[in-house]
Ligand binder design. Structure first.
Ligand code: MD3
Ligand code: FE
Length: 206
């Protein structure tokens, strides 16, 4: 389960009920105040995944309270129940209770064609772990190294209900999602198709 130091994969961590609850919450956040959308990159590229943010708004490549690049509104508040879920995730993955106060979640929706290129997450001013929850269709997740976008990397299949925690030396590793596997999710989660990924983070911002 430990893929690399600080990178822990816990398959099937979420119950079907928890997945249903998260899908419903994401459906509400997707409506607004800042709707889920394809993020436009500074170079003009458009991300194939659709994203909605909670707590802080992520616009490449910084966090803001207001979604200046979308509709100027403030994103939904980060709920206490989600932070509590994040703390349980860390405790279960690392087997030890550590203080954890995530203040933002990025929620990505992948249709059958969407992917995410290899990148590092360095817009946070904190080296606290990232908690990742997957729901719906399975995907190929590529976990790389901290030096380059390329090899060596480890390919892992992430399934609905899986937890992944990225802390310590793995926090700034390159990673990406080269492929989703359409039709592999259980519609009982409330997601008829596609893949949902929720990542919790500590921005280090006030
Ligand atoms: C490793 N999301 O939102 S989750 C992202 O499935 C992102 O939507 C992917 O990469 C997704 O930035 C991958 C796994 C993940 C998330 C954040 C990480 C792995 C990470 C941050 C640091 C290291
Ligand atoms: Fe990332």
């Amino acid at each position: 389960r430990e893929i690399a130091p600080g990178a822990v994969h816990v398959p099937g961590w979420l119950s079907l009920d928890q997945q249903r609850h998260l899908v419903q919450a994401c459906r509400e956040w997707a409506k607004g105040p800042v709707p889920m959308r394809h993020t436009v990159l500074p170079g003009g590229g458009v991300m194939s995944v659709q994203t909605v943010c909670v707590g802080w708004h992520w616009q490449p490549y910084r966090y803001t309270r207001l979604a200046h690049d979308v509709n100027g509104r403030r994103v939904a508040e980060f709920p206490a129940w989600l932070a509590e879920l994040g703390r349980r995730a860390l405790a279960d993955a690392y087997g030890t209770d550590v203080p954890y106060e995530p203040d933002t979640a990025l929620i990505n929706f992948y249709d059958g064609q969407a992917k995410m290129g290899m990148h590092q997450d360095k817009d946070e001013r904190s080296d606290s772990p990232v908690v990742s929850l997957s729901i719906g269709d399975a995907c190929l997740f590529r976990f790389g190294n901290t030096e380059t976008r390329g090899k060596p990397y480890t390919d892992i299949r992430l399934e609905s209900g899986d937890l992944f925690v990225f802390g310590g030396p793995s926090r700034f590793a390159y990673h990406g999602v080269p492929k989703v596997y359409p039709g592999t999710g259980d519609p009982a989660t409330g997601l008829a198709s596609g893949r949902l990924n929720i990542t919790m983070r500590v921005t280090g911002l006030q």
